[in-house]
Design a protein around this ligand. Structure first.
Ligand code: NI
Length: 182
């Protein structure tokens, strides 16, 4: 397992559409391992492969990190796709390890159904609600070159990006609470 530096906006890899993973081999497994280690180190509750510079469709999530229960609810998804969305919506204060130091409320479908390839090669489906629904939508967005700031107004986005640049320039440690790092 390798700790990999997290790519920060405006890195172009964050805006690329990631390619599907053709088969789960040693390379794909070691990608997942690197992603998990990098996510736990950050710390964040979710990470997508483009965030470590790999334009492939893989995401990892562990909501247990919020309560120091890392490993309690680990998800490793290859080629995930959303196959159903609720009409009901929910709002959550989202942050992103690739947009450090800032966060904003984003409204998304409250429940989604996701189909993905598990690490063992099996096709699985899961229904996510609550924070897991927010997180899985945020991570799948990453695979399509979409960031949470694309879901808010241009005005708010510009303010956030200016604040992020200022914090980075000052090297200020103003990272939002870990449950906001998706
Ligand atoms: Ni993110």
């Amino acid at each position: 397992m390798t700790l990999v530096p997290i790519r920060i906006v405006p890195d172009p890899v964050l805006r690329a559409k990631a390619a599907p993973i053709a088969k789960i081999d040693r390379v794909a497994e070691s990608l997942l391992d690197d992603m998990l280690q990098t996510m736990y180190d950050a710390p964040g509750i979710g990470l997508a492969a483009p965030q470590i510079g790999v334009s492939l469709r893989a995401i990892v999530m562990d909501l247990g990190i919020r309560e120091d229960r890392a490993g309690a609810e680990v998800w490793q998804m290859i080629n995930p796709e959303i196959i159903g969305r609720s009409d009901e919506e929910s709002a959550y204060e989202e942050g992103c390890l690739s947009i450090p130091g800032v966060a904003a409320e984003v409204i998304r479908p409250a429940t989604v159904r996701v189909r993905y390839l598990a690490r063992n090669g099996k096709t699985e489906e899961m229904e996510a609600s609550g924070l897991l629904a927010t997180c899985v939508q945020h991570e799948i967005d990453h695979l399509n070159g979409v960031l949470y700031i694309d879901h808010i107004s241009k005005l708010k986005r510009d303010v956030l990006l200016r604040k992020m640049k200022k914090l980075l320039a000052e090297k200020a440690d103003d990272t939002p609470e870990r449950e906001h790092n998706l």
